[in-house]
Design a protein around this ligand. Structure first.
Ligand SMILES: *Cc1c(COP(=O)(O)O)cnc(C)c1O
Length: 577
């Protein structure tokens, strides 16, 4: 079953979440979607990767909205429906008992025939204690004890399962710091006693491990980093961590033992003196570190003095993020685009009428979904603003509603409708209040502007929204949006962004060509009223104005901000070194 993936060395791509398909609710947002797009591009390009994540049987959650409030329902799924359980099991020692980890294989199948394996780690086994069986259940659920157990299973268990399955791993790539314990496992694997150099002490081959590890950071603020008190680390690692004792350890050159201990001083020297900072740990064990956009790499480099932080700007998967009507158009006029999205520069050869028709079709699909979900009928001829993302304070979903009267006046002259969606993390009380307040604004504007909130934002809804909106709005508080990817998805469907200059938009915005930059609510209203809507409604002297913008989003931005370009860069700059 696995043979086809064992014939050549692979890069192990570790991520706490990997969005594989809409039916599998094991992702929370952009990080997981990026991980999925990474592996989908690897399958398309036949780059040898293997994904490693937790099975997250209970998923993230399904969102319902009642009276403007978010209700959370379990999103349990059955891995047997989509994957195959492999015949391998490894143990991770947690609080001095073995927690057994088994694994499911999910295979990503490219439209072009390539295949990429993804391993889903699962502790739901009869040999585990009831609470241990749930370690791999809830994505971002539970407290910090639960989270550290998950990160032990992901980092330590993931490396061991790859070995048990006999994968030949040429590099380990950490998508965010959650999997940083994989570095500790590798240090443990290659630890040896060098009696002649340091009698009685363990020697760790840090250069060898650094040579194996790559780290992509996603968090532009110190407060966002995962960190654990060392008291907790000591308790969960128990006798796996020690001052040192006389356990038998391999000599140089011998393979590591399954349960060799880790020196506590090693953790503090790599993970920071005060608590175990997973970003710090990932930085310490990796000799290639990158941010997810140029601006983000600059911000990160300031945050981690002494480390070289490169920039590999994110991208989105071409075939996944093009609506059916656009896929058909590209297949017809730009053969090869799925393999080589740079070819989208040839969008200028597609007749205007066909481009507009493809968009009209995508917009109609969104309108139909809005009607099914909310009972509200939007107008195909009215300019539609889309905004969908995780509902959390820094994304500032309320910025658009700062001055509701102003918005009402703008829409009186130039009609507008607004489509919103997004989940708030169950512990993010402010995020939930934002959802409630957005519903309040929708009521205030009733009769003047249709504002709809679609429940249960997921991959499918995301595609309907980014393709069916006319303008994609993005209002994060700089510098907190490391990259952002939904605007790139919009670009694949000819939809321009109206966005704050942060993350990818610093590179993606050519004012008036691929979209527009804004700073605050004032500039948002000014641009909307005097630039964007007049162009949309064709009030200027350039009848082709809006089509030109659509062409540029595709020919300039989609041609560049795609995950094929991103993966070709990872391959040449991070993996082959
Ligand atoms: C693309 C995507 C995101 C991330 O969008 P951002 O613009 O980065 O906030 C989140 N959730 C889903 C379901 C997505 O498809």
């Amino acid at each position: 079953m696995l043979d086809e993936f064992l014939n050549l060395p692979r890069v192990a791509y570790f991520s706490m979440e990997i969005a594989l398909r809409n039916e599998i609710p094991n992702y929370a947002g952009g990080l997981g979607v990026l991980a999925g797009d990474t592996l989908r591009s690897a399958a398309d390009l036949r780059l040898p990767l293997v994904g490693v994540t937790l099975v997250s049987r209970a998923g993230y959650f399904r969102q319902q909205i009642a009276d403007g409030g978010q209700l959370e329902r379990p999103a349990t799924w059955d891995p047997a429906r989509w994957g195959r359980q492999l015949d391998a099991k490894v143990a991770v020692r947690i609080e001095d008992r073995p927690v057994w980890v088994s694994v499911w294989l999910y295979v990503i199948e490219s439209r072009m025939g390539g295949r990429a394996p993804v391993l889903l780690l699962d502790t739901d086994l009869p040999e585990n204690r009831p609470d241990d069986r749930e370690i791999t259940h809830y994505l971002y659920g539970g407290d910090e004890v639960y989270r550290l157990k998950q990160e032990m299973v992901l980092g330590l268990g993931g490396v061991r399962i790859l070995q048990a399955l006999e994968f030949d791993i040429s590099a380990y790539h950490m998508n965010e710091g959650h999997s940083a314990l994989l570095g500790v496992e590798l240090l443990r694997r290659y630890a040896y006693r060098a009696e002649d150099v340091r009698p009685g002490e363990l020697a760790y081959d840090l250069p060898r491990v650094r040579d194996l590890c790559r780290f992509t950071t996603h968090t532009p603020v110190e407060a966002g980093h995962d960190r654990f008190p060392y008291e907790l680390v000591k308790r969960l690692f128990a006798s796996s961590v020690y001052g040192y004792d006389d356990r038998a350890l391999p000599k140089p050159g011998e393979p590591g033992t399954e349960h060799g201990p880790i020196e506590f001083s090693l953790l503090t020297s790599l993970g920071g003196p005060n608590d175990l900072n997973m970003t710090q740990l990932a930085l310490s064990v990796s000799d290639f570190v990158n941010g997810v956009a140029k601006r983000h790499a600059e911000v990160s480099a300031k945050m981690y003095p002494g480390y070289q932080v490169r920039a590999i700007t994110n991208g989105v998967h071409p075939n996944t993020w093009s609506a059916a009507s656009f896929r058909e158009l590209y297949d017809r006029f730009i053969p090869g685009w799925c393999h080589e999205p740079e070819l989208l520069v040839r969008v200028y050869g597609i007749p205007d009428a066909l481009l507009l028709a493809a968009h009209a079709q995508a917009k109609q699909s969104l309108i139909e979904r809005v009607r099914t979900l909310t009972g509200i009928t939007l107008e195909p001829g009215v300019a539609t603003l889309g905004f969908a993302r995780r509902m959390t304070a820094y994304k500032r979903p309320e910025l658009l509603f700062t001055d509701v009267e102003r918005l009402r006046k703008i829409a009186h002259e130039k009609p507008l409708q607004i489509v919103l969606a997004g989940k708030a993390h169950p512990h993010d009380e402010e995020g939930k209040r934002l959802i409630a307040r957005l519903h309040g604004h929708a009521r205030e504007l009733a009769g003047a502007i249709n504002v709809v909130y679609l429940p249960d934002y997921d991959l499918e809804l995301a595609l309907l929204l980014v393709a069916g909106a006319d303008i994609w709005l993005n209002t994060p508080l700089p510098p907190l949006e490391a990259s952002g990817t939904s605007g790139m998805k919009a670009a694949f469907n000819g939809v321009p962004s109206l966005s704050v200059m942060d993350g990818w938009w610093v590179e993606g915005c050519i004012e008036g060509v691929t979209g527009w930059a804004i700073e605050d609510a004032h500039s948002l209203y000014e641009k909307l009223e005097h630039t964007v809507l007049p162009l949309y409604y064709g009030y200027g002297d350039d009848a082709r104005g809006w089509v030109k913008v659509m062409q540029a989003t595709i020919g300039i931005n989609a041609a560049y901000f795609n995950s094929h370009r991103m993966m070709r860069r990872y391959a040449t700059e991070a993996y082959l070194r």
